[in-house]
Design a protein. Structure first.
Length: 461
């Protein structure tokens, strides 16, 4: 089977093939470093990481770049609120982000690129767009992308459908706002207007500005990713990822301005992860319904359990976050760890049949839920040796990133496991006296059992 990925551009699953035959050119829209990302944001980076791991597992070389947005409306607003320089402020959150992704077993990209290191490259693209008349300067000195002109000229290099191809826009809303401009980085689909490539300095920017051939000002958000992607990976790349809310306006605008400047198709496969919800609403800072990795740690939950919980769903399905589900995932992950720890020290050969199944599932647009069922099957199979199981699990973990080679907990003794099962049985039979006695016995062996909706949760005292 060949790798198949769902391409947002065509809205279909497509066979994966490389542009340059050498390596996968892969760009991920990284965080805006103005606060602690919430766990919804981390779905975007866990998805990109899984995709990268699957590509590597399939023998591809991968050149992966992730940006850090360290200048935009939000970073300027909040650094001023805290009375810090933009750099001081964004560097702090950059370091926190790097610690967080490590705790989620996310493999670092080949390079993190900071937007403020690419101002010159952004200016160059904007100059090209001005030259081709896909951009114009407004009275206040800001520079905007001319959507109508771009669309009228055949627009996009990938299909000639102009603006709106990626997000399947109803262009009648463009007509409604014809001639309008939007300076803000983020806006909704019903507000399509010419967007800012370069923002002329105003008082709110304080000391955040660059003196360039375009005038005194700063870049818009969208141009940042075009410049960082093109500078590091070239004018055409294979894969660009982000969450679905990046499709519009961010990726639509990145695509328009990049293809406007080069006349070439910017990205072959656009791939987007779906949302993490809370009470069926998108987890978002603005909704005040978010959790961070610190909230998980405060409840004694290892961030890797969150990774595991996400892998239980396909990246293109929405998942509703509830603590009980995460605790259930953690219990399941600990069971997997425990089964693994019981395999002994010897490592044998990767089981070919299971390996084939596992790979097939992942090749089908990263079907991680089914890939995980293969992991359970291996660990429970009575017909293969422990050494071979160990080799197979370690091989799968190259993709799953659950950290089997480096498990921090110790194996739960069989005696304790038996007591936990017996206590569950007693509770089911409403024999609470016996279940209490068994709990004490478990405690005396250095463990504590907690009852959750997802079953008993065992922790070391
Ligand atoms: P931002 O820092 O707002 O640009 O977001 C960083 C990444 O997180 C982007 O790829 C977003 O699309 C993604 N994202 C934001 N909220 C969620 C959510 N609730 N669920 C999944 N991904 C999200
Ligand atoms: Zn981006």
């Amino acid at each position: 089977m060949t790798l198949k990925f769902y391409n947002t551009l065509s809205r279909t699953k497509e066979d994966f093939s490389l542009i340059n035959k050498k390596e996968v050119l892969f760009y991920t829209c990284g965080p805006t470093v103005y606060g602690y990302p919430h766990i919804g944001n981390y779905r975007a980076y866990i998805f990109a990481d899984t995709l990268k791991r699957v590509l590597l597992y399939n023998g591809f070389k991968v050149k992966h770049i992730m940006n850090l947005t360290d200048v935009d409306d939000k970073t300027i607003r909040d650094s001023k609120k805290e009375g810090k320089t933009l750099r001081e402020f964004t560097e702090f959150y950059t370091e926190e982000f790097k610690k967080d992704i490590k705790s989620l077993n996310i493999v670092n990209p080949k390079k993190f690129t900071k937007a403020t290191d690419y101002i010159h490259e952004m200016v160059e693209i904007i100059e090209k767009l001005l030259h081709k008349k896909f951009a114009y300067k407004s009275k206040d000195g800001s520079i905007y992308f001319d959507i109508k002109r771009f669309s009228a000229q055949g627009g996009s290099a990938s299909g000639g459908k102009g603006y709106g191809q990626l997000s399947h826009l109803d262009m009648s809303s463009l007509k409604k706002n014809a001639g309008g401009r939007i300076i803000k980085d983020e806006y909704e689909k019903d507000n399509i207007q010419d967007f800012a490539l370069w923002k002329a300095w105003d008082e709110k920017d304080g000391d955040v500005f660059w003196n360039t051939t375009l005038g005194k000002g700063r870049p818009g958000w969208h141009i940042e990713c075009s410049a960082m992607s093109m500078s590091n990976l070239g004018e055409q790349i294979d894969i660009h990822t982000g969450g679905v809310d990046n499709i519009f306006p961010h990726h639509e605008n990145e695509k328009a301005q990049s293809e406007g400047a080069t006349g070439k198709q910017f990205v072959k496969y656009w791939m987007h992860n779906e949302w993490v919800l809370v009470d069926q609403k998108k987890m978002a800072k603005s909704e005040h319904n978010f959790y961070t990795l610190s909230d998980l740690r405060a409840k004694g939950i290892d961030p890797v359990a969150y990774r595991f919980w996400l892998l239980m769903a396909n990246y293109r399905t929405r998942v509703n976050f509830v603590w009980e589900a995460l605790e259930g995932a953690e219990t399941a992950l600990k069971r997997l760890y425990n089964l693994y720890l019981g395999l002994g020290d010897e490592t044998g050969n990767i089981n070919k049949e299971y390996n084939h199944k596992f790979k097939n599932y992942l090749e089908d647009d990263l079907d991680t839920p089914r890939a995980l069922t293969v992991l359970w099957d291996v660990l429970k199979d009575g017909n293969i040796s422990n050494a071979d199981k160990k080799a197979t699990v370690l091989d799968f973990d190259k993709v799953l990133g659950l950290g089997f080679a480096d498990i921090k907990t110790e194996k739960i003794p069989e005696e304790v496991e038996k007591l936990v099962t017996a206590r569950e049985e007693a509770r089911k039979n409403k024999d609470f006296k016996k279940s209490d006695e068994l709990r004490k016995e478990i405690n005396s062996l250095g463990y504590e059992v907690k009852d959750t909706a997802e079953g008993p949760r065992l922790q070391q005292l």
